[in-house]
Design a binder for this molecule. Structure first.
Ligand SMILES: NC(=O)c1ccc[n+]([C@@H]2O[C@H](COP(=O)([O-])OP(=O)(O)OC[C@H]3O[C@@H](n4cnc5c(N)ncnc54)[C@H](O)[C@@H]3O)[C@@H](O)[C@H]2O)c1
Length: 374
């Protein structure tokens, strides 16, 4: 395998993968539509001069067909990324993530004899609420909290039958899936379609369920995604980060370079074929602690995040990753420590021009559409 197509390769995660693949000696072709919401109408400054960039939609058959005839593997990262926004831009997200993937896969099938690996970026969002254990240590996969519960500001998840408190537990790949947003449903579709087409046409295929990625290069123009970048932009403008609920939601933040390493392992490892993997750091952290760490890095002191009691309908409380399968089958081992990764993020953002804070407008938009309350 020496020639790889990366769709969405000008984006945040794609750019780190492209850098790694170029360093490893691959020929890399990127197809990217330079989504305005992500790139603000400009080519990003971090593009790797060693890669070939083709600007356009990866579902444009005339564009993609000749490229697919020259590559041996495809990493499909192109997607519209924004959980809350997807709940009111339903057609846009369904088209941008599902239809686009369907066309791309039809074209991959045409050249299947030469394609030695298909890697699809899936998402932890397809689990819905994370995994839990009850007081006796039994696994519980609760559904979403009701809006009535959230309006009472009772944030924690309770046992669906006994009502007893539950403890968050690492979420493993085999647990049931329960998408809670249009974005999540579209990522599940991408994952299932990729694996199904791979099995049917004997194309080794892999889906990576990525947890919350962070790092430099995350779009500062897109207020709908990337909590670390959103917090950082606010802090640099002298504003406190805003957290939903009470900010004590647990998540797993994985550095973009660790994601790139995992995607590369999926490309090269036969053990990855026809599998799904959680890709995360394995270290849970609350959203509030992310804000605290960032404020120390940006301001040299802790800035208390604003918890306005706002919540998103259908939001999950905790989701933390079990990465033992990726460790065992891929030899994946995350290298970045969160605190150090944040320092690098802050130093990068200081050299950008984040522009006006768009968070308040995005929050107002979500409230207007009825997906943010409180
Ligand atoms: N960043 C995260 O925390 C995270 C978590 C889970 C899953 N993911 C998935 O990882 C992938 C990359 O995410 P990211 O954070 O780098 O997002 P990003 O928005 O920075 O990058 C996506 C890139 O895809 C491009 N794109 C979108 N639609 C396209 C199309 N039809 N044709 C060609 N290019 C197109 C965009 O211009 C952008 O450059 C996505 O599939 C996303 O769903 C990301």
């Amino acid at each position: 395998m020496n020639s790889i197509l990366v769709t969405g390769g000008a984006g945040f995660l794609g750019s780190f993968l492209v850098d790694l693949l170029i360093t490893e000696g691959y020929r890399v072709v990127v197809v990217d539509s330079l989504e305005f919401q992500v790139h603000g109408g400009r080519q990003p400054a971090y593009l790797n001069p060693g890669a070939t960039y083709v600007w356009g939609d990866c579902s444009d058959r005339n564009l993609i067909r000749p490229i697919l005839e020259t590559v041996d593997a495809v990493v499909h990262l192109a997607a519209l990324v924004g959980v809350g926004q997807s709940m009111y831009e339903i057609e846009r997200y369904t088209h941008g993530n599902c239809d686009v993937t369907a066309v791309l896969l039809e074209e991959v099938v045409r050249v299947r004899a030469r394609i030695r690996k298909l890697v699809v970026a899936s998402s932890m969002s397809i689990y819905g609420e994370g995994s839990y254990v009850d007081a006796d240590g039994n696994s519980v996969y609760p559904g979403l909290r009701s809006d009535e519960q959230l309006k009472r500001h009772e944030w924690e998840v309770r046992h669906p039958i006994s009502g007893q408190p539950l403890q968050p537990a690492p979420t493993a790949e085999e647990r049931p899936l329960a998408s809670a947003s249009v974005y999540a449903a579209s990522k599940r579709y991408q994952e299932e379609l990729g694996l199904m087409i791979g099995r049917t046409y004997d194309i080794p295929s892999v889906a990576c369920r990525l947890f919350n990625a962070y790092g430099s290069r995350q779009s500062l123009a897109n207020p709908y995604t990337g909590v670390a970048a959103i917090f950082c932009s606010r802090l640099l403008q002298g504003l406190a980060p805003v957290v939903f609920e009470d900010g004590n939601q647990l998540r797993d933040f994985v550095h973009a370079e660790d994601v790139a390493r995992a995607l590369h392992l999926c490309l090269t490892s036969p053990a990855a074929d026809h599998q799904v993997f959680n890709i995360a750091s394995g270290h849970p952290i609350t959203v509030r602690d992310v804000a605290r760490h960032l404020s120390r890095a940006v301001c040299g002191r802790e800035v208390e995040p604003e918890a306005r009691g706002q919540f998103r309908s259908g939001d999950i409380r905790h989701c933390i990753a079990d990465i033992s399968k990726a460790r065992r089958l891929l030899g994946y081992s995350p290298e970045h420590q969160f605190e150090n990764g944040l320092l690098e993020l802050v130093s990068w953002i200081r050299h950008q021009q984040p522009g006006a804070d768009r968070l308040e407008a995005a929050l107002a938009e979500g409230r207007g559409h009825g997906v943010i309350s409180g």
